[in-house]
Design a binder for this molecule. Structure first.
Ligand code: PPS
Length: 293
């Protein structure tokens, strides 16, 4: 891919959003010092990033859980390569929580010490595509598409932020033994949020009381996040980044299977064929429908 796109910037074979990416971070990523108690949330875009930022922030910060502090989630668990508020990561107190869309080969090498933790959240790619289509049409910094068909073409060619979904998930899955990593799905979180929070706590070695777990689950539920200005990115997308439509929301549907409202049968079957061809040797479980087990 050439580097002339208004929206995308390709660095080492991976597409970043051109005007948001912090070059000083990605150019010096190898030297970024990792602490043993760092936690990275890694996702392909639209897979549940800000949801997981919210969950981890609630788990780690008592002042968030009990609502005594009024801090935006993005300032507690910032994006790594898109450091939106230019936080000083070196001065950030431990434990640091980062969110990132980076592929496995571009993350700080220190993550291979296997002490720092990575939570990889994945989602069925038909819902990712649907969410991404709406998000790209909403945000001024993303290229709009006039139809799902046109967006699907870009998505399947990897001509989007995050590059090709198949490469992202395969890369992380095949290199999982190099990292201290837990794979979790958006759909598991949606179907059993409490169970997922407990699983995350176990992985992070955080022992919360049942009451605290309840507080995390309550404040990470879709409707609560949607109406919580610290969590819903409203300010950031409307005032800091810019939208084409002031009605559009970052927290849109928050469900499993919305793709069925957007894909034709032919598009769905075509996507299934490509999915099967690319994913047959990856044993991760995918859920495509709210009623599926
Ligand atoms: S981004 O831009 O990559 O950071 O987007 P990301 O946060 O990964 O994904 C956005 C989608 O996640 C949904 N979301 C949630 N779903 C269920 N419950 C909760 N609490 C929640 N929070 C965010 C959000 O609505 C986007 O999905 P769609 O399908 O567009 O609604």
């Amino acid at each position: 891919m050439d580097n002339t796109s208004t929206y995308l910037f390709n660095f080492k074979g991976y597409n970043f959003e051109r005007s948001l990416v912090k070059m000083e971070i990605i150019e010096n990523v190898d030297n970024f010092e990792i602490r043993n108690d760092d936690v990275f949330i890694i996702t392909y875009p639209k897979s549940g990033t800000i949801w997981t930022q919210q969950i981890l922030s609630l788990i780690y910060f008592e002042g968030h859980r009990n609502r005594t502090e009024n801090i935006q989630t993005v300032d507690r668990a910032p994006f790594f390569e898109y450091n939106l508020h230019d936080l000083d990561f070196i001065k950030m107190p431990s434990p640091r929580i980062f969110a990132s869309h980076l592929p496995y080969y571009l993350v700080p090498k220190g993550l291979k010490n296997k002490k720092a933790k990575i939570l990889y959240i994945y989602r069925n790619p038909k819902d990712i595509l649907t969410s991404f289509f709406h998000f790209s049409n909403l945000m001024v910094l993303f290229e709009a598409s006039d139809s799902i068909e046109n967006f699907m073409e870009k998505f399947l060619e990897g001509k989007v932020l995050g590059s090709l979904w198949f490469d992202h998930i395969r890369g992380w899955y095949e290199h999982r033994h190099d990292f201290n990593i837990l794979f979790m799905s958006y759909e598991d979180m949606k179907k059993d949020l409490r169970g997922s929070v407990l699983k995350i706590c176990h992985f992070l070695e955080k022992d919360l009381s049942a009451e605290d777990v309840d507080a995390v689950v309550k404040q990470a539920a879709f409707q609560n996040m949607k109406s919580d200005s610290r969590a819903n990115y409203e300010d950031i997308i409307q005032n800091e980044i810019g939208t084409r439509n002031s009605e559009g929301k970052f927290l849109r549907k928050g469900t499993i299977g919305d793709w069925k409202n957007h894909f034709t049968v032919e598009q769905s079957e075509r996507f299934d064929r490509i999915f099967l061809k690319n994913m047959k040797d990856i044993p991760l479980k995918f859920v495509w429908d709210m009623n599926e087990d």
